[in-house]
Structures are given as C-alpha cells and as structure tokens.
Design a protein around this ligand. Structure first.
Ligand code: NAP
Ligand code: ZN
Length: 351
C-alpha cells in the first residue's frame, strides 16, 4: 500500500504550479510519516520550478522548509513518536558512510545528498517530491525536532533560510566583536541579520532597496549600506570580517570584496554559476581575503540552529499564504517584494 498525497507541482519550466496527486512510499523501518502543516517558500523553489539550474525533472513538487506533525513511525524509529512537531529541510538522505556524513556534514556527502525534491531516492529509485503537499515520508536521521513552544509557522523558514546562514556564521567563528555584512534582504538575508545579531556581531546590510532600511534595523542591522551608492560603498572599505552574499542572480562581487578587512571572507550562498564581472585577485592577495561558498548545513548543526533560535526567541518574519496563491507569491519574490518569507498554510490544500 502506498499513500495518496495532494500537492502542487510544476509540469514545465514556463507553466504555473497546479494541483497534483501522487503517491508516497509506505514507511520503511526507520521512516516517519509527517502530516505537513506549513512549508516555507525559498527562492530555490523558483529556480527549480523554472529550471534555472538546468536539472529539473517534471512534475516537480517544490518545498524544503517543512514543518509538520508525526502521524506514523516505523518500528526502528527511536527519536520520534506520533504527535511530535518536526521539521525537514533541503535533504532527506545521503550515503551515511563517507567522511563528511560521519562528521554530520551530510550536505557535503561524497556521493551527493538526496534532495527533498527533484532527486532520486537511493533505495526505491523513485523521484523525491517536496513540501508543497500534505504528507511526506522521511528517514528519522533527516528529521529535526522543533523545540517546544516555538511558533510553527515562523519556524518553517529556519529549515533552509535559517541553517544556510547559520552555518557560515558558525564556520567563520562569528561572535562579539565580529563585523558581519549581509548582501540582500530577502528570506536568507533577514535570517542572517537576526542570527548574526544574536551571536553578538556588529551587523550591516547591503541592499539595493532604499525602502528596506527601517525593517533591516528592526531585524538587527546596525548599519545600512545602499549598494548602488558609490559614496556609501567607499565609506565601508576594509570593514568586514565576514560578508554573506544571498543575491540569487549573477552580479559583480568586486565592490563587496573591497569592503572586506584583512583576512575577511565573502561567502556566496545565493547565485550558482560563473561570476561577471571577473573576480579581481589584487585585493584578495594584498589583503589575504577569501571568496568562499557554503550550502545549507548538516543535521547536527541544523538541530543546534533550531535550539539556538529557541533560546534567543528567533523565528522568521513571514507572510502566510494559501497553497492556491503560490504563483502570485513567486512573482512577488522575483520583485523582492516579500516580508521576508512566504509560508504556505497546508490546511488550504483541498482534502
Ligand atoms: P529572496 O527572498 O528572493 O531574496 C533575495 C534578495 O537578494 C532580494 O530580496 C534582494 O534584496 C536581493 N537581490 C535580488 N536580486 C538581486 C540582484 N540582481 N542584485 C542584487 N541583489 C539582488 O531569495 P532567498 O530565498 O533569500 O534566496 C537567495 C538565494 O539563495 C537564491 O539564489 C537561493 O536559491 C539561494 N539559496 C542557497 C542555499 C544554499 O544552501 N547555499 C539555500 C537556500 C537558498 P534587496 O532588495 O535587499 O537588494
Ligand atoms: Zn531553500
């Protein structure tokens, strides 16, 4: 027996998402079945639905910021019971044996992680489908505990936007005294501001949107730099220890490299692909600066991030939408018009 599931899918790169029925596997011994309550809307969902990365397989059910309630547990499940509030992020499996997997860095699995959607399951070789749906079946190793009392809607974006920004902040040892800047105030950017502030850093925002300054201050920014204003850019030359770049599109990073301090690093988490303009190595060499990248975070660190957020009273700033409004939400995100993450209320899916 398999489970019939309702969801929303893209059927091609240039069509709207529409209702879609499909099957989920029966739980394996180590699986939990999760009734999905909320799912955040990540810019990666748009990249995938529209085949921006050239690997999309259709039908494609996006969604990797999943919050739900456990309804069934397999016989070998030890960490969860029916009724628990849980989360699922961007990956649902990995080889579990290589050195990165052993170290809890499953996102860097040498055989490649199994993504929550648009991947092939390692066991039954069927496509994975994401969280824009009413149920999902996931091995318990890839399921997170949602801390008691945390707002469930606001917790959904932590599963991708939260961990994707938390992981580089931790890897580059951000703490009191650090000068951190964030490029782009969207879903990832607003989490980066909150998390960096909670870690004790001095926090700045680079934005192209003059209207976002007031929100940015509320979210934790001590300083706003309008990246289109050369004088404002020059005023922060050599300032930052760490810059987290969340811009989803190709862009010139050279002006931002100039704002790194000695030993500073600019970490790309948004755009995937060759940069334009070309990277000028002169400031890197003369300032021992680094340009780096980072993808999501492993399971132990994702749980650490959720617990950190619970301790600091952090969740995402969200706009709750019905599943039926997803195509409008994509259009608004493409115009940088979201404060600061859409979250789908799965109760809006027809039964
Ligand atoms: P988002 O909510 O759409 O926010 C992106 C922000 O970037 C915008 O609000 C805008 O901020 C700025 N921006 C957009 N286009 C720009 C351009 N052409 N030049 C300069 N700034 C621009 O997106 P998101 O969900 O935060 O995702 C951001 C990127 O991260 C996406 O590419 C997504 O696929 C990727 N991602 C990566 C990982 C990972 O593990 N590495 C995980 C999740 C997502 P301002 O208005 O403030 O300028
Ligand atoms: Zn994402």
């Amino acid at each position: 027996m398999t489970m019939n599931v309702h969801g929303y899918a893209a059927h091609s790169a240039d069509s709207d998402l529409v209702p879609f029925r499909f099957e989920r596997r029966d739980p394996r011994p180590d699986d939990v079945v999760i009734e999905i309550l909320y799912c955040g809307v990540c810019h990666s969902d748009i990249h995938s639905a529209r085949n921006d990365w050239h690997g999309s397989q259709y039908p494609l059910v996006p969604g990797h910021e999943i919050i739900g309630r456990v309804t069934v547990v397999g016989p070998k499940v030890t960490r969860f019971k029916v009724g628990d509030h849980v989360g699922v992020g961007c990956m649902v499996d990995s080889c579990r044996q290589c050195q990165p997997c052993e170290a809890g860095l499953e996102q860097y699995c040498e055989q490649g992680m199994t993504l929550t959607y648009n991947s092939i399951d390692r066991h039954d070789h069927r496509p994975t489908y994401g969280g824009y749906s009413d149920h999902i079946v996931v091995s318990e190793r890839f399921v997170l505990k949602i801390p008691a009392g945390m707002d469930l809607k606001g917790a959904a974006p932590l599963l991708c936007a939260g961990i994707t920004t938390y992981s580089p902040l931790r890897h580059w040892n951000v703490g009191p005294g650090s000068q951190v800047a964030v490029i782009g105030l969207g879903g990832l950017g607003h989490m980066a501001l909150k998390l960096a502030k909670a870690m004790g850093a001095q926090v700045s925002l680079f934005t192209r949107s003059p209207g976002k300054g007031k929100d940015a201050r509320r979210l934790g920014a001590d300083q706003i730099v309008l990246s289109t204003d050369a004088a404002q850019m020059a005023a922060v030359a050599g300032k930052f220890d760490l810059i987290i770049d969340t811009v989803p599109n190709v862009h010139d990073i050279n002006p931002y490299v100039s704002t790194l301090a000695l030993d500073g690093a600019l970490v790309l988490v948004g755009y995937l692909g060759p940069l334009e303009e070309m990277l000028n190595t002169v400031p890197l060499i003369l300032g021992r600066k680094a340009v780096a990248g980072s993808v999501i975070g492993g399971l132990p660190e994702t749980q650490e991030m959720l617990d950190f957020c619970a301790r600091h009273g952090i969740t995402a700033d969200i706009e709750v939408i019905n599943m039926q409004d997803i195509n409008k939400a994509y259009e608004r995100m493409l115009k940088s018009d979201v404060k600061y993450r859409f979250v789908i209320d799965m109760a809006s899916l027809p039964a």
